[in-house]
Design a protein around this ligand. Structure first.
Ligand SMILES: NC(=O)c1ccc[n+]([C@@H]2O[C@H](COP(=O)([O-])OP(=O)(O)OC[C@H]3O[C@@H](n4cnc5c(N)ncnc54)[C@H](OP(=O)(O)O)[C@@H]3O)[C@@H](O)[C@H]2O)c1
Length: 238
């Protein structure tokens, strides 16, 4: 196994990303946008053939079992249902290496009597749960919970929204922001440390309800931020 270092924030967005659960709705959406933005995408799955079938549809993409795909990737994105979060993290913990960055996209929800409702994991949020389950030296940034998979998958759809990101290290958030902003129309907003991720994760249930009522795929846009505020906050050159 290699032990890649997370790219310096001044090196530009990472050129390679592995997506655990890359065959799913969000995983495919992200893979589609990143592959068309010039990023080398590795589609991970529990089944290599399923991942390879998805990768065959995309430029610069390969597919295989999750553990194989994350080997050597500076950034690993986890995009599996919350019900599979702990189980997936436990198997990732055996193969992920210090220096790799995990971006957690999970919005913990359950279907209630009146629709999808947010739930709070024992650690406070899915992202903190991930951090707790991963080995020391693997850092977690949470992001993407409010971006619609359907919109990401359809390249004809113009994106124009913010991505709320939380994490404990500015340098890691800068790497995540670079990757996110390599997708045209997405702006990363630094929302503070990982222990605020639960606030962002809970917004998804609200958005799902809004989208159902208005029959759309609305996202989040924060107003009043100076144009370059995310760059300043994340320590990147404007
Ligand atoms: N859908 C959205 O619009 C959206 C938007 C923002 C955030 N999210 C978040 O993104 C995550 C994925 O959502 P999704 O809609 O993409 O889910 P999904 O399509 O239902 O599943 C994603 C992938 O997870 C893997 N998976 C499913 N069950 C699993 C299990 N029991 N164990 C291990 N892997 C399993 C599957 O990959 P393999 O079978 O190939 O292994 C599947 O293709 C969720 O946590 C969600 O909150 C979703």
């Amino acid at each position: 196994m290699t032990s890649p270092q997370v790219a310096s924030r001044l090196d530009g967005p990472p050129q390679r990303v592995a997506i655990v659960g890359g065959t799913g709705a969000l995983g495919l959406g992200l893979a589609t946008r990143w592959a068309h933005a010039g990023v080398e995408v590795r589609i991970g799955s529990r089944r290599a053939d399923a991942a390879q079938a998805v990768a065959a549809q995309l430029p610069r993409a390969s597919g295989g079992e999750n553990a194989v795909m994350i080997d050597g990737a500076p950034v690993v994105v986890i995009a599996v249902p919350f019900s599979a979060h702990v189980e997936t993290l436990r198997s990732l913990a055996k193969v992920i290496r210090p220096g790799q960055l995990l971006i957690d996209t999970t919005a913990p929800m359950v279907a209630g009597r009146r629709g999808l409702r947010p739930i709070t994991p024992w650690a406070g949020s899915a992202a903190e749960q991930a951090q707790d389950l991963l080995p020391t030296g693997v850092s977690v940034v949470s992001a993407m919970q409010t971006v619609s998979a359907a919109t990401l998958q359809d390249l004809r759809q113009r994106l124009d929204e913010d991505v709320l990101i939380c994490g404990d290290r500015s340098a890691d958030k800068a790497v995540a922001a670079g990757l996110i902003e390599s997708i045209r129309g997405l702006r990363a907003v630094d929302c503070g440390p990982l222990d605020l991720s639960g606030v962002c994760e809970r917004i998804t249930a609200l958005l799902v309800g809004v989208n159902r009522r208005y029959k759309t795929h609305a996202g989040i846009r924060l107003t009043g931020l100076p144009v370059a505020s995310t760059d300043a906050s994340l320590g990147r050159p404007a």
